[in-house]
Design a protein around this ligand. Structure first.
Ligand code: PLP
Length: 396
């Protein structure tokens, strides 16, 4: 018998979400997550993934994953600190460090877990963290877990950052102060102002922490936002995920050897949770090899992104100020945005609406994620569908 209090809590809250149209029914994708996907027996052009380079369905990676299953089995077997660490995980970390241009790296089970792990391994209640107001949910949770004082900074506002850094440092209240930011902001596609952030960090001796989930495999010839600005020696923590451009699953922190050594003894998701499977580790390492050998896929991604952006803009849509392949079509009104996305779905294009509270009220948008795997025909069809629905709804 379950608790009455729990039943009441669940009934009330689920009902409340449903009545406000905020209860998300998750679509079932029947088969692989590629440039097209099948849902409900219908084929759709997929503009909703983070599979930037199309690597999630890459044949070489599938083969490498199969070989790793054959040689190492399906699971890592135990937490790495207890039962030894697989050679595949060490190899993956060696490659990540080379890819990021750092002394060392540590891998985790996800990007989300990196932020659970790394922030609280270094920051505590006697410290302060300057955090961009649009930072990812996992950064926010990671900061909370550390119990450090969280100081919200207006989005990419360098005057606000400088002022709050100065106040925090001059107050003498904190042992350490960190500045933490996404490398690329996922809702608008804008890039963090890392050169200015690093300059302010140097002035006030701040610890620098960049979560580059959406920049890795995309900017800096694939190596990420920090490399894009040539700041590999100036950023203390470079966080990344293996689930977006790399196409597999897992996360990592890259940095100086002493930092990585510390995370291996002090970060709880490393100490108390089993690592990704052999297949994940091997496929991710191979994906990184491929990115270091050639930037063909990265170029293809940008070509496709530029093509989609130009097409949508040409039809009269507001595509915001993205500096990366992330392509929002800003519609404004929340209900109109949701209706637009629904009409796209009915017409064969899978692009999700993003509305308040994920983005500010009145800035509802349909977010499009072009990838290297899309063909020009798919993008043309998506643009034509946008045009049809935009006209139908009297928007263009
Ligand atoms: C997507 C994302 C994550 C989560 O990565 P996972 O590997 O899917 O857990 C973390 N941080 C940022 C900034 C992200 O965009």
């Amino acid at each position: 018998m379950s608790s009455k209090a729990l039943e009441q809590f669940l009934d009330e809250n689920i009902e409340d979400l449903k009545s406000r149209g905020l209860y998300n029914e998750i679509d079932i994708v029947e088969g692989a997550n590629g440039p097209t996907i099948q849902i409900g027996g219908r084929e759709l052009i997929n503009l909703s993934s983070n599979n930037y380079l199309g690597l999630a369905t890459n044949n070489t990676l599938k083969q490498v994953a199969n070989e790793a299953v054959a040689s190492h089995g399906v699971g890592a077997g135990a937490v790495r600190t207890i039962n030894g660490t697989l050679d595949l995980h060490k190899e993956l970390e060696r490659k990540i460090a080379a890819f990021k241009g750092t002394e060392a790296a540590i891998s985790y089970q996800s990007g989300f877990n990196c932020n659970m792990a790394a922030i609280s391994a270094v920051m505590d209640r006697n410290d302060a963290i300057l955090s961009d107001e649009l930072n990812h949910a996992s950064i926010i949770d990671g900061c909370r877990l550390s119990k450090a004082k969280i100081i919200r900074v207006n989005h990419s506002d360098m005057d606000d950052l400088r002022k709050k850094a100065k106040e925090a440092v001059e107050s003498g209240q904190y042992n350490k102060v960190m500045v933490i930011t996404d490398g690329v902001f996922s809702m608008d596609g804008d890039i963090a102002k890392l050169p200015e952030i690093v300059e302010i960090a140097e002035e006030f001796d701040l610890i620098t922490y960049v979560d580059d989930a959406h920049g890795s495999g995309v900017l800096g010839n694939g190596a990420g936002t920090v490399k894009h600005f040539g700041l590999q020696d100036k950023v203390d923590f470079q966080i990344g995920t293996l689930s977006k451009a790399i196409g597999v699953v897992g996360g990592y922190v890259a940095g100086k050897k002493n930092l990585i050594d510390w995370l291996k003894v002090a970060s709880r998701p490393f100490l108390f949770s089993t690592a990704v499977t052999p297949a994940d580790a091997a496929a991710s390492a191979k994906a990184i090899d491929m990115l270091m050998e050639s930037n063909e896929l990265v170029q293809l991604l940008w070509e496709n992104a530029d093509y989609l952006k130009a097409g949508l803009k040409d039809k009269g849509f507001d595509i915001g100020n993205s500096e990366t392949p992330i392509t929002p079509v800003i519609i404004g009104d929340e209900q109109l945005t949701q209706k637009f996305s629904k009409r796209l779905f009915e017409s064969g294009v899978y692009a999700k609406s993003i509305v308040f509270p994920t983005v500010p009220r009145g800035t509802g948008r349909v977010r499009n994620m072009p990838t290297a795997a899309h063909t020009k025909e798919m993008l043309d069809q998506a643009i034509a569908t946008y045009e049809k629905i935009g006209k139908e709804m009297g928007m263009i």
